[in-house]
Design a protein around this ligand. Structure first.
Ligand code: HEC
Length: 164
């Protein structure tokens, strides 16, 4: 009986040591600079309710304006978080919107509408910790419809441009 207990203690100590060592591997939380004129919200000027959803449900991973929560200081959660932000920006960085060619913007708007409609974005693990990013059916519709409308508007603009 006594032996068992000390083994348990040893295992706990090893786990604790591993956890402590993990904390030395910190993530880089510096946000790249934001050029306002390239920012998606600045360029597209969405209505206030859409802007609010974008900022609370998308911008932490898809822009250079990430707000890092306290647990971004705690490994291994911090590593997962860093990975999401890196990958999110890589796929779609709203802070660089203005530098995308029209065709790319159009394609991304379509994907955004789709991801939101299907409930794929924002990703689940994010909404567990960010309650206000968990979108209601009405919010999903507002956002997806706006993405669609924006896409059509840009398409029409593109047609006028190429028709000149
Ligand atoms: C917690 C981080 C996170 C949040 C919040 C988030 N995304 Fe994502 N998003 C990702 C990651 C990571 C990927 C790439 C992997 C994947 O597709 O699952 C991605 C992929 C995408 C893609 C696919 C882009 C492409 O070209 O492949 C779109 C579109 C997208 N997200 C839109 C959104 C929208 C719109 C919101 C807000 C409603 C949002 N995301 C919220 C992390 C996030």
């Amino acid at each position: 009986m006594k032996k068992k207990k000390s083994l348990f203690k040893k295992i706990l100590l090893v786990l604790l040591a591993v956890f402590v060592v993990m904390q030395f591997f910190r993530i880089d939380k510096t946000n790249p600079a934001v050029v306002k004129s390239n920012d998606f919200i600045a360029v597209t000027a969405p209505p206030a309710d859409v802007e609010k959803i974008l900022r609370t449900a998308c911008y932490d991973c898809h822009s250079n304006e990430t707000v890092y929560p306290w647990y971004s200081n705690v490994a291994p959660v911090s590593w997962m978080l860093e990975h999401h932000v890196e990958e999110g920006r890589e796929h779609l960085n709203f802070s660089e919107w203005g530098s995308f060619p029209l065709k790319k913007q159009n394609h991304k708007l379509h994907e955004c509408a789709e991801e939101v409609e299907e409930g794929e974005m924002p990703i689940n693990s994010y909404t567990w910790t960010h309650g206000d990013a968990s979108l209601s059916a009405a919010q999903k519709k507002t956002l997806a419809d706006w993405f669609e409308a924006q896409m059509k508007e840009e398409e029409a603009e593109g047609d006028t441009l190429s028709g000149q």
